[in-house]
Write a protein that binds this ligand. Sequence first.
Ligand code: GUN
Ligand code: ZN
Length: 447
Amino acid sequence: MTTTIHAYRAGLLRFDEAGQALFDSDGLLLTAADTTLAHRPQRILACGAYAALQNQVPEGVPIQHWPDKVIGPGFVDLHVHYPQIDVIGSPAEGLLPWLEHYTFPQETRFADAGHAQALAQVFLDELQRHGVTTALAFATSHPVAVDAVCTAALARRMRLITGLCLMDQHAPDGLRNPPSTPDSNDATERSLIDSEVLIQRWHARERLGYAITPRFVPTCSEAQLRGAGELAARYSSVWVQSHVSENRDEIAWVRQLHPQARSYLDVYHQFGLVRPRSVYAHGIYLDDTDRLLLREQGSAIAVSPTSNLFLGSGLFDFDAAQRSGHLHGLASDVGGGTSFSPFATMRAAYFTARMTLESQGGKPKAGLQLAPSRLWWLHTAGAAQALGLDGVVGNLQVGAEADFLVLNPQAIPLLARRTQAAQTLEEWLFACIILGDDRMIEQVVYA
Ligand code: GUN
Ligand code: ZN
């Protein structure tokens, strides 16, 4: 067996089991991979204070030293749409007109494999530039769009989870799942067969994962939701991704389509789609019964604050989510979201928590409840936990895959001043969240 070992020295940011941030001003990260086997990721052998660990570095292994920089876990984006890069910043009255006027026309273009391949590269470049090393991403309803982004992520050894968008109704020609031949009426069945073929092609292939992807209740027939639930039961390690309770008009539409359901989330539940590894974007208008169901089923909410603000959807209630104890983490939701940057997302989450409390007439304690270390955790280790990938990605801990970032707080003049003056780790993290952007991501290392 040939083992390749790497050693890195810099400041070290990580989290303990309880989600508390840990910081070593002079830290060491030691990683190893068995290179006799192809495609084995580098895993963390040791991490902590340099003084305590330096004698674990084997003789002859060079130490890559970044003085004044900080090594931190790669960010995890819990919900993003790769075909919506060219939709960012398209203003609309709300979600439904935005989908109709901007989003659906752009997504229709992904029937063309060449377009999908080109945009897949732009998408992965953006994730990398912003320090996102794991993403749960929507593709479109075209199998070639799934193949394009999986092929590109595989070549870069990125951890990407994606899936074919299921939408067999209430969507335009060219985007609705098509039948096998123009004159057959098997579009729903075809979409489920295509999903299963793609599961077998891509799920658990190196670092890739598959997500069964019903777009949202209005675009899926009952037969399609039932089929998606059956697939989810047969392939328990596969993810489910969708949208829930994002916008008031959308919710009214769902109530019309499914008057017997207790709630929007209950529609998915009736079809077996609320289970571990199910991740629902938004969840702004959930009630406590919904939250309890999420907790009991081990399902997660992908909180998408820049999207919620941009589309005027509403304010996610972080306090209620934390009290109920269901899984949740942060997401860009590009292109409803306005930025790939985890710093922009954490900032918007902070503003959301402030304004939620303010609008409820509460005392301004939200800043304490959503501490900067908690925001950072929700976009790294907490988001990984929401995916069922805790211990695998999202944190620097022994045994985990060694995806990490080299952060440079000197890269932005104001941030350099502000972080130099920070007295505590929380102050340092807060300065990064408020002033940080992609200039701070000096290097991204994939496991
Ligand atoms: N609901 C259904 N599709 C979408 C989408 O593409 N973006 C958002 N934000 N919500 C959705
Ligand atoms: Zn979305």
